[in-house]
Design a protein around this ligand. Structure first.
Ligand code: PMT
Length: 223
């Protein structure tokens, strides 16, 4: 039978938001729905890969014999699971919108309304993708950049700082791109090239991203 292009390969994908608890009822989060990451998971499965999807809280559901779905809440949990798996994968894609900070202390009881202003001290979360980049040996590494301004410049900085093979830029300046929408508009950026794509449904965006990955790994650049 005809071998599927990612048969025998293991792909790790992070998706969705993280929730950083303030107290038992409140958290710091963001607008990620998980759609982009779940669509890439489906594409990778269709291409024959085994997929580990590490997902923050979303309403999306997915099951498949070749899928290991790990549900987490916080950036630290996402980091811990991701680092356990990283060594064993061929391709890692970070599409999660990970909270850069978390509350320094968790209040065990619901915080009461008292003063007019209320301060929360935040501490930095670990950077999952950056740590992947530092530990990269054979893995093909793809990151995302969600930007609102100086998009290409910021994405290029992330590409270099996180030691990525390419970065997928999406901008909140583009209507129908980024969070929650069923569509996205991306650019795929490498050290010396930028490929701009039209706005399209997220399943097609996911296919574009994997076409790009396949063209790199079949060039013999990696694993
Ligand atoms: O989920 P949807 O509603 O479909 O929306 C999709 C999306 C907009 C969330 C997605 O396309 C996207 O852009 N994801 C990355 C969002 C983001 O947080 O980007 P960033 O530029 O802040 O982060 C840069 C990269 O580092 C990302 O690959 C991110 O996953 C990673 N990162 C960031 C911080 C951190 N602590 N750990 C990380 O791994």
């Amino acid at each position: 039978f005809k071998k599927m292009p990612l048969y025998g390969k293991k792909v790790l994908i992070t998706a969705g938001p993280t929730y950083e608890a303030i107290d038992p009822v409140r958290y710091i989060g963001n607008h990620s729905s998980g759609k982009m990451g779940y669509e890439m998971t489906k594409t990778a499965l269709n291409l024959g890969a085994k997929v580990i999807l590490i997902s923050g809280p979303t309403h999306l559901k997915l099951s498949h014999p070749n899928l290991e779905l790990v549900k987490v809440n916080t950036a630290q949990e996402m980091f811990d699971h991701a680092m356990q798996q990283f060594e064993s994968v061929n391709i890692a894609i970070a599409s999660a919108a990970v909270s850069d900070y978390r509350p320094k202390t968790y209040q065990n009881q619901k915080v009461k309304k008292t003063e007019d202003t209320f301060r929360i001290d935040l501490v930095k979360n670990p950077d999952i993708l950056k740590t992947f980049g530092q530990n990269k040996t054979h893995q093909f590494l793809v990151g995302f950049a969600l930007e609102t301004n100086n998009e290409v410049e910021n994405a290029k900085q992330k590409l270099a700082k996180k030691n990525l093979d390419f970065i997928v830029l999406n901008s909140l300046q583009d209507k129908g791109a980024g969070f929650k929408n069923d569509t996205n508009k991306i650019s795929i950026i490498t050290k010396d090239n930028i490929k701009r794509f039209d706005i399209k449904p997220k399943p097609e965006v996911a296919q574009d991203i994997f076409n790009e990955i396949l063209s790199f790994i079949s060039d013999g650049k990696d694993n």
